[in-house]
Design a protein around this ligand. Structure first.
Ligand code: FE2
Length: 503
């Protein structure tokens, strides 16, 4: 039976002030200076704009053969147009999104890619210049943004659910994509009450196909929005919870009974954002004294049930979470001591400086007890990011996480390995890419019933040959190296997240 939806008035009340917040007038002389470099040096090839708006090519096998049982499409998304109309964005996360489809037929792999022509991008095409504020860059003479989707670049991840394919961003609506043409469609309107309300990039899907997600709504009275969507793609329930100040929450975990949202003490200053003088990223302030606030939400009622507090830390991604019989929740995440890698390093990378000198995120476990006690476990040594699990374990105990990790070489792009981690034991298996190759997120594709029985599939950028490639590993034998590898005749910009849809 359908639960009662919040009225449009409820959500409007909760999000009051949002349009005003985004209505900041153009500020004169307060823009980020575009970088002078062309970003064509080999070091920055991963942060150069894509070579064409639409691409298509088979991959040339460079080793092994594609597993016969691995058929389907690896969908990926990421910022792809960093430069347009002579203006270069200053941060990796700013660029207009591009969907990539790597189709595995059993005999070979073929690629198609297409830049997502969002309303934001079309507006800039009409103006013949960049005019819309981006996540971390204010183009010179930027204009007003009246609603979150006015600046939605749809560049973060891909969601396949209820027969629809969607490009996700963090601060606005899901964008429907035509799986045949890869053309951008309309923003998904789950219900009138939540039209245009942020829908984050890391939704969780349960075994029955139900999907949960969060949205972070900035404004004078910031709120978190919680969504529950059934397997047919219908919004069953939405709810809001006030949360001030609004800490950055990019991801969350789902257990058998709860959602858990960890708010890093990297908080939005609404007045600063509304002033129009700084970008969305630069309107955030690092306030470690706040600690990391943890909200546990009943996944049926979408009401906040418990609050915990943890020491300060900055994170984007979780692997998974689960709940023990006594209500203790265990979850994992990749956490850094502070936000420097986002505020500094990902800007330096766009300038071609090749330094990544801030403290990197590391893999950790968190325990939340029903009595309110909470603790963060020690970090697994070294950098770890882009954690992925066997998605059949979402919300239940998982024994392994796949991630990118560093090679212990210090500065420079920090990820050179794919690893399999075990919560509690740390790293158990890994494979190191050659030094001229930068691995991107690798996703698990199941084969048998057991956790980890399957393949790990992911792309890499070969900066020496200036091409993007793709590899397939036996997920439980990463150290054997890829069982198949192929390359494209062109490079793709380094991207963010993807999903494999089996056929
Ligand atoms: Fe993410």
């Amino acid at each position: 039976m359908m639960k009662k939806l919040p009225s449009r008035r409820d959500v409007l009340l909760a999000t009051a002030g949002l349009p005003a917040l985004f209505a900041a007038r153009a500020a004169v002389g307060a823009t980020d200076a575009p970088a002078a470099t062309s970003a064509r040096q080999s070091r920055t090839i991963g942060f150069a704009s894509v070579v064409a708006e639409e691409l298509s090519s088979p991959l040339e096998t460079s080793g092994g053969r594609p597993p016969a049982g691995l058929t389907g499409i690896l969908w990926r998304n990421g910022p792809a147009e960093h430069d347009r109309f002579g203006h270069r964005y200053g941060h990796w996360f700013d660029g207009d999104g591009m969907v990539q489809a790597f189709a595995f037929t059993g005999a070979g792999v073929a690629h198609r890619g297409r830049v997502l022509d969002t309303p934001k991008r079309r507006r800039e095409t009409r103006h013949g210049k960049r005019v819309v504020p981006a996540f971390a860059t204010l183009p010179p003479g930027h204009t007003q943004v009246l609603a979150p989707d006015d600046m939605n670049v749809a560049n973060t991840s891909i969601l396949a659910h209820a027969g629809r394919l969607m490009a996700l961003w963090e601060g606005g609506s899901a964008l429907e994509i035509d799986p045949e043409t890869l053309a951008a469609g309309r923003f998904v309107d789950w219900a009138p009450s939540v039209a245009g309300v942020p829908f984050s990039a890391h939704p969780k899907i349960g075994r029955d196909g139900t999907l949960w997600n969060i949205g972070c709504v900035p404004g004078p009275r910031p709120v978190l929005v919680f969504y529950r969507i059934d397997r047919a793609g219908r919004l069953v329930k939405a709810n809001v919870a006030p949360v001030a100040p609004l800490g950055m929450a990019h991801d969350f975990v789902m257990t058998a009974r709860h959602l858990v949202v960890m708010l890093a003490p990297f908080v939005l200053e609404p007045d600063l954002l509304a002033s129009g003088r700084v970008s969305f990223l630069d309107a955030h302030d690092w306030r470690p004294a706040l600690g990391t606030r943890v909200l546990t939400i009943d996944r049926d009622t979408l009401e906040v049930k418990r609050r915990h507090e943890l020491p300060p830390g900055f994170h984007f991604h979780h692997g998974n979470g689960w709940e023990e019989a006594d209500g203790t929740i265990r979850l994992d995440l990749c956490q850094a001591p502070g936000p420097g890698f986002v505020t500094r390093d990902l800007r330096a990378a766009m300038r071609g400086e090749g330094r990544f000198s801030s403290a990197h995120p590391s893999y950790r476990q968190v325990v939340l007890e029903p009595n309110g006690a909470a603790r963060v476990g020690p970090a697994v040594p070294g950098a770890a990011e882009f954690p992925r699990i066997d998605s059949r374990r979402t919300g239940i105990r998982h024994d392994m996480v796949f991630a990118l990790a560093d090679g212990g070489e210090g500065e420079g792009w920090p990820f050179s390995r794919v690893v399999r981690l075990e919560p509690g034991n740390g790293e158990v298996d890994s494979w190191t890419f050659p030094g001229h190759r930068i691995p991107e997120e690798h996703v698990f594709v199941p084969r048998g019933e057991a956790e980890g029985d399957g393949w790990l599939v992911g792309s890499f950028l070969d900066v020496r040959r200036r091409v993007t490639g793709l590899g397939v590993f036996e997920a439980m034998r990463l150290s054997d190296g890829p069982v198949w590898e192929g390359v494209l005749p062109y490079p793709l910009p380094l991207g963010l997240h993807g999903t494999f849809v089996k056929s």
